[in-house]
Design a protein around this ligand. Structure first.
Ligand code: BTN
Length: 337
């Protein structure tokens, strides 16, 4: 990890930079005068100018319009904590956001931070990963500057066996986010893939530290192929993979995508802690459209096929196998037949 390229924000405190961006956003591309900013933020005109200069250094395209003021033309393409946090009022998830140019794996880094005592809701985002981790020990291809690699620390008071419900919660949040930021129709594939037109665009890897009876913390790891181009995919991927750009034909603003995602995760997690797993399971089932479908599940040691009946309280896939017996499948790769 290149520590020196980390930018962190504590969302509970709105910085002057965030307040300036908030004014620009409200005025939707209009010119805002230095005098007005100075009056609203109670800082001198020179201080306004210094903050504008700092925002430009972060990649914001802000132009000075002679004798009138400043206009925000474009926000940066890199991840910026202030840009992500704008307008969010997190109960938990997003209270602290750390953005890095590169991590080996955001999950490994978040795990380490959690062991050192990082607070619930801390989010670690990287622009690229040198050793992105996928499910079942696979690699997660993580080129720089195009996708989202994000890990979130949670400290729920749960029995370890139920912690996988958080995987279902996070995949529902990703599906909602894809719907809000694109015109695409995401579908969930058990246990934690997001497919568009049958191709995988996102995956989740949740890791946990626990004792027999109690979870210490969970790291929700979310990878979304946002603006990845065809030539950036390795030719030998196991499953057909794609990106939001390739499926929708238009680039997606990554800061906006994470902002929506963190908002959805925070709301879903709050409802889950209050009301339990029921509504998450319902939404997962309706978004997966897997009930009643004939599938084949390849686990480490065998292949099972049958018709999907649902998922149970700990997220196992319930199958009526070809010889009529109900089976619970805990892990594996599903192919819808
Ligand atoms: C899968 O195999 O489907 C799960 C992929 C999970 C990838 C994400 S990217 C952010 C986080 N950090 C990692 O190293 N992995 C997860």
């Amino acid at each position: 990890m290149k520590e020196n390229s980390a930018q962190t924000i504590d969302s509970a405190v709105e910085t002057i930079d965030q307040q300036i961006l908030g004014v620009f956003r409200l005025r939707q591309g209009e010119v805002v005068s230095g005098a007005e900013l100075s009056g609203m933020l109670r800082i001198s005109r020179t201080a306004v100018w210094k903050h504008i200069k700092a925002l430009k250094a972060l990649g914001y395209c802000i132009v000075a319009v002679p004798a009138r003021g400043y206009r925000l033309l474009a926000s940066p393409e890199m991840f910026v904590p202030a840009e992500i946090a704008a307008g969010l009022t997190p109960k938990r998830i997003g209270n602290k956001i750390i953005c890095l140019k590169e991590a080996d794996s955001t999950n490994s880094l978040a795990f380490k931070l959690a062991e050192e005592g990082a607070a619930e809701g801390t989010v670690v985002i990287a622009d690229g990963q040198s050793r992105g981790k996928g499910r079942l020990g696979r690699e997660w291809v993580s080129p720089d500057g195009v996708n989202l690699y994000c890990s979130i620390i949670l400290r729920p008071s749960l029995q370890p066996v139920t912690a996988c419900q958080l995987t279902f919660l996070s995949v529902v949040a990703v599906a909602r986010t894809v719907e809000q930021t694109t015109t695409l129709k995401p579908r969930i594939k058990w246990p934690n893939d997001i497919l568009i037109n049958g191709r995988k665009v996102a995956g989740l890897l949740n890791e946990m530290s626990a004792e027999t009876e109690k979870v210490n913390f969970v790291v929700l790891g979310i990878g979304v192929n946002i603006n990845m181009r065809s030539e950036q995919f390795p030719p030998d991927l196991r499953h057909p993979a794609s990106s939001l750009l390739l499926e929708g034909g238009v680039p997606v603003n990554r800061n906006e995508f994470v902002r929506v995602l963190l908002g959805e995760l925070d709301a879903l997690y709050d409802a889950y802690l209050r009301d339990g797993y029921g509504s998450v399971r319902e939404e997962w089932l309706s978004r997966s459209q897997m009930c009643g479908r004939q599938v084949r599940v390849a686990s480490q040691d065998r292949v099972t096929s049958g018709v999907v009946k649902g998922i149970d309280d700990i997220g196992a896939l319930l199958l009526i196998t070809d010889n009529g017996i109900e089976e619970r499948v805990l892990s594996g790769d599903v192919t819808i037949l």
